[in-house]
Design a protein around this ligand. Sequence first.
Ligand code: BGC
Length: 743
Amino acid sequence: MNRLSYLILMKNKPVQPRLWNIEEFPFHPEKLNHIETLMTVGNGYLATRGSFEEGYEGDIVTTLIHGIFNHASGTAVPELVNAPNWLPFEVHIDGTPFRLVNQNEMSLNPRGGALLGYRQQLNMHIGLLRREALFRAESGSIVRIVFERFASLHDEHILGQRLDIVAVDGSPKIEVTAYIEHTVTNNGVIHWTDIKTGHTTNQVSLSAKTTQSDYRLGMSSTLLATGDMTITVDRGNQRPVMKSVFVLPHQESVTLVKLTTVYTSRDVTNPLKESIHKLENAAIIGYEKLLNQHQSEWHKYWQDSDIQIEGDEIAQLSLRFAMYHILISAPRHDNDVSIGAKTLSGFGYKGHVFWDTELFILPPLILTQPELARNLLMYRYHRLPGARHKAKANGYEGAMYPWESTDTGEETTPQWGDPQPDGSRIRIWTGDNEQHISTDIAYAVLQYWRWTGDDTFLARYGAEIILDTAVFWGSRVETKNGRYEISRQIGPDEYHENVDNSVFTNRMVVWHLEQAVSLVHWLKANTLVDYNRLVESLNLTQARLELWNDIIKNMFIPFDDAQQIHIQFPGFFDMEYIPVSHYYPRTASVQAILGHQRSIQTQVIKQADVVMLMALLGEEVGASEVMVNNWNTYFPRTDHGSSLSPSIHAWVAAHLGLDDIALEQFEHAAEIDLRNNKGNVQDGIHGAASGGLWQAVVFGFCGLYLDEKGEPVVEARIPDHWKSVTFTVCYRGERRQFTITPN
Ligand code: BGC
């Protein structure tokens, strides 16, 4: 323990530019669960919310590991399982437990110690969460306590924590304890069984398995203390606890490190043994080096994935924040898992994977980290059996992807919502009828292929996804009124369920079948082996291709010739018109204000639907006059009840030259998580809003697209006050940098 080593240590830290940090200063107990979500650390294998090492009443302590789903008895659907908590790292100062005492508590109970200062900072540049507190113990001793944590990007099984304590005033007796907490649940739902704890002289460990899915987990932890470390078994809580007790002389400092390792049976056959082995190695490497290795991986990520915006600090910070959360949830070494709607940062949507991944989160990865994008697409390839099963169970051919997907690839959308205040439940139809997901996945496969030129992926895996989902659509369409129609659909606008001929779905199906037909020709010309394999296995007969061509020509696309607009679905305009702007200023969606029953009978739209079609297909949807008419029709009716909506509106508004609206929508999207403007960030990051924000900048303001020759070009229109935007994309293995200035 060296005098003032804390200050030297601070000096050696590289100074990080402000625009890489998310800060909480001072402590905001009323925003506890919101900030816990924002401060999540992760490494594509797991992620852990920014809950405190010492705990806090009402916290939602959560670590989610990709792929570890479990369907607990008595629950409707499987969910991603909360892993044992690796954070506990507690400090007693002269017997007073360190915790964040808020002002009210202090006046009620001055004996609990006093929080004199606090700052928490997530450094997104290096994936490091740091929390500093100045604390007075009941004895009068004042200490500065600094916690740091990271989930190693270099070795995804290693989790590092460091604790620095400085005796600012007095020479307190310090007691530090560290352990693994195994009594974790998902909001009360128990997923772990067969929990066994163990210890040696210098480490504690734990093994457990999930109750239904039988995944096994091993976690081990060690405390590297300056003085003696002892391990005692806390019989009451049935766990071994590591403890270090010492006196910290006035103005001296001490550093303690806690390292934890984790494996599951998805990675290795003996997770416990592997975690112990990894921990021994990690302890030899030491915290500083582990942190350095972690930082250099982050450095590589940002070299490719950072967008620099000059002239708008909030836009800059929010874009980095969005990309940070995408990167920490994107699997690096696993192509059998995918990113759920709330990433790995909360229990929202139970970790299920939606179209959010393919159409919102994937594009920034396709263009900046193509290997990660490929992993996510492979997840869908591996789930073709589930999609085929769903098609068959519904009486169709081919592959019909589930609206909500987990590890099995089966449909996991719950059929009923949680009870309403009056005890009733609302039927959830999306698992039955939000069928556009199959086309969204096909869209993502082609987008990946066009940007990367990864022919091997397309031929071996991607083509099968596109073609077998096309087979599904061929069997799904109905011949009615001398044309093809699709009944009982839910388009992106989920306020209107089970409608016939959703223009989004019908038009995207036409696009999908067009791509499928071209793909068959491409396979034949470029890779005969794959062509023959797929023709045979998917039964791609001449008759089937003729059917596809016929659907392309004769699909019903609802359109109003007089007004030159697309019709979201026939009958849409017969419903009550409610201008959404009349509800200004509002903090809830118009649907929440009017109630479910009423709003579904109005023209209020939840999210970009026809506008989403315009974003995805651009000019193919119609002439610029039609685009403008569509915008003028649908924008005033949209209440953005979904976080997926504002970014897509920003993107399309930028294309239509509606600069002010584009910026307003962009800012709305940027605030969804940072300002919690939907009020539900405690459930996790809105992954799609993050990916959408990136797309609003790159595809919207910067106007990046592939021209007829397949070359990337920009047609930019950036906000007036932005001095420049610089970004890099990976195009067919080459990095291309663009800098856009207002001129
Ligand atoms: C949106 C869907 C989205 C889902 C998960 C819903 O509220 O309407 O489009 O896929 O949330 O984010």
